[in-house]
Design a protein around this ligand. Sequence first.
Ligand code: NAD
Length: 555
Amino acid sequence: MTISLARASRATGLPRGLLARQVTTSTDRRTRKPLIDLKPEIREKAELLSSSWKGTNASGGNTKNYIGGEFVESKADKWIDVLDPSTQTLLTKVPETTSAEFDAAVDAASTAYASWRKTSVLTRQRFAMELQHQIRKHSDAIATSIVLEQGKTMADAQGDVLRGLQVVETACAITSTLMGDKIEVSKDMDTETRRLPLGVCASIAPFNFPAMIPLWTIPMATVTGNTLILKPSERDPGAAMIIAELCERAGLPPGVVNIVHGTVPTVNAVCDHPDIRAISFVGGNRAGQHIYERGTKNGKRVQANLGAKNHAVIMPDANKNLALNSIIGAAFGAAGQRCMAISVAILVGEAKQWLPELVERAKKLNVNGGFEKGADLGPLISPAAKQRVTGLIASAESEGGRILLDGRHISIPDYPDGNFVGPTVIEAATSMTCYKEEIFGPVLVVLEADTLDDALSVINSNPYGNGTAIFTQSGATARKFEHEVEVGQIGINVPIPVPLPMFSWSGNKGSFLGDISFYGKNGINFYTQNKTITSLWKAEDALGSKASVDMPTMR
Ligand code: NAD
């Protein structure tokens, strides 16, 4: 079976020419397989998930919506297959939520808001504390669901859960962080600020962090007194469903968090529903720009984290071992499907000589199914993603780049049908497609620069501003880099400088749309609106005070 180049081009966003050699090869792999084809020990994990959790199913059944505290079967007439990216086994089907179901979710969130907003901050803090306990207790189940549906390795999936858990833990400090201000502005007159919730908020998540991204928004929205509609990625909804059940176990009242599944129609319903006050989006540029425009046009507050191209600069004075290992981990970990992956290395001056060693170290990475012991990276999310990535590698070849390590034809004996691409290193130039496009695969583009200024100029000319890193042993060089680079998240000898959630996400330029970013202080600002109250209570009017008979002086 073949799919047309036009269809593949639409699905992957790549020109037909780039796809010509790719399309026919992987379409057979799209045939979904029954659960029985999974290795017995993995099938057992899938079946255990299905029998242990109310909303998710990993053995071929349907994923439910979570509306008003109930896990409900959708009446959708359109369902999306979720396939294990290592084997193409059908794990679950995700509904394209109907309009009636979507409206029911918003109604449940509106009803719950009326009472949830009035709960004390201590009640909401208690929920966050219980949730952190529940997630810690069940992190293996969440991580297992992630490995099955998303394909990343078990250790990496545990990291996905942990980075989300850290937001829950920070949200436990809401009793301090939600405090407003108060000052006596004139005699007996006070002005105070109260930070109040917005109402029903929505969160739209990408496939690459199925636990972490929902956990960027669930705790922050709820501890500030809002209610939430979450739309997980239709490609890996399981982690969000387990988290929903953990919210319930942590004592969250029905309707405070609701989950609806689907694709563009469900997202558009989020953008258009008049009762939704704010939207958090994390994902690619196309969807993000659409949601930002449609949501803000409808008067909603929108924060949108988008795509990225993250550069690491390796100075000749760097600690070579640290620099090379850091770059390899950040470029190829999670098969490059991280928005903060290092996708470009700029070797400055004599650091150019380290390129062969970089390639040698990358070759040693173990590509395998995510549950396999010793696996360093797993498959890409879908056959379409694999086509897109291999197409971009091919584009480098035809545009004059040098492929120093080619992961396109890797074969994994136990997983012949997986969407695997091995670590790939391409010596390229900034004019090439493989540099200009976000690849979102295990591909490292290597550039050379004579000086730090040249490297800075490359980075600052790039439209994205999510993350960057420098490897050097000179404090002065690091300081110059930090001051002059126009990127929002900077690592100095740190490859993936995602700030912990006591800080806020700070990707910028083309990697962010909106004014107020995720979690930390900004997260609280995003989910609250201020009320200022100015009150006058004259002390002289206190009961028992005597009338003044002095000449009024108006002071
Ligand atoms: P995606 O944009 O395809 O999907 C994200 C969400 O948007 C999903 O829930 C999906 O259903 C919805 N969606 C997809 N296309 C849509 C459309 N045309 N209209 C409306 N909604 C649509 O992203 P993805 O492939 O799931 O995730 C990978 C992308 O996300 C990469 O570009 C990556 O850089 C980015 N990302 C960014 C960050 C960040 O913090 N900057 C974090 C993670 C991922």
